[in-house]
Design a protein around this ligand. Structure first.
Ligand SMILES: [Mg+2]
Length: 253
């Protein structure tokens, strides 16, 4: 059983010499902490209409958690159109600007998210936000998160335009872990999308998956739940415990 740094442990935890310790929690943003995936979806449906088509719900689901390049590729393929490189990036910029506009009216928490952020903070765990969304757009959401909580819940934030590769590549999570000074085996990653879950597992963390718009299959190292309601530090320690007891360790690199 893992121990939780900052919390009292009991004498029952006998193998403390080898037990993993939960030191850090790394959060995805869109669709995990806040309901912003709905806004990204709205903007992409609007773009599809501007391009003269309608994006299918299946294609929309496939874009969840992906980079703008991947998302635009899915959208264009779904509409059966070809776009030049410059047009693809213009489309991506339009979706980002439209989503930012929609976010400026305020963003809604996913249920249980503020309570979890507070409990992780109260336990003294290290925290990071690791998002594929670009800094300019993420900062709009971060302002809303900080205003809602009345405090900054993150030790650091890593955005999609600040990393060498985007999720499902593990580098965004590895970059955050290095900056926090923690090992992957001491971390729980919380994600709603397959791309994010893949990134967290590939980085060597245990992952709590809370999918909403996208179906996610079980796999070693991944604990799946319906949402964040009722999830606190003790439940995250259980996620780490389940992840560490997997028969084949997921190692970084
Ligand atoms: Mg997400």
């Amino acid at each position: 059983m893992p121990t939780v740094e900052g919390m009292a442990t009991t004498g029952q935890l006998t193998d403390s010499g080898t037990a993993p310790t939960l030191r850090a929690v790394l959060f995805d943003m869109d669709g995990t902490l806040v309901e912003t995936e709905e806004l990204w979806g709205e903007a992409m449906f609007e773009l599809a209409a501007r391009l003269g088509g309608r994006m299918s719900d299946e294609a929309r689901a496939a874009t969840v958690g992906t980079s703008m390049r991947v998302a635009m590729g899915i959208l264009h393929a779904d509409l059966g159109i070809r776009r030049a490189e410059a047009e693809l990036w213009a489309d991506a910029a339009w979706v980002e600007a439209r989503t930012a506009e929609l976010m400026s009216d305020g963003v809604a928490w996913r249920p249980g998210a503020p309570e979890l952020l507070r409990s992780v903070r109260a336990a003294g765990l290290a925290t990071a936000l690791v998002t594929t969304t670009t800094r300019a757009v993420a900062d709009i959401v971060l302002r809303s998160i900080r205003d809602g909580l009345g405090e900054d819940p993150f030790d650091l934030t890593v955005c999609g335009d600040e990393v060498p590769a985007r999720k499902p590549d593990p580098s965004p999570y590895l970059q955050a872990m290095a900056a926090l000074g923690v090992e992957p085996g001491e971390c729980v990653v919380i994600e709603d999308s397959q791309a994010g879950i893949t990134a967290g597992l590939a980085a060597g963390a245990a992952v709590l998956g809370v999918p909403a718009l996208q179906a996610v299959a079980p796999e070693p190292g991944l604990t799946l739940r319906d949402g964040l309601v009722g999830v606190g530090v003790r439940e995250l320690a259980d996620v780490l415990s389940a992840g560490r007891s997997m028969p084949v360790a997921v190692a970084a690199g």
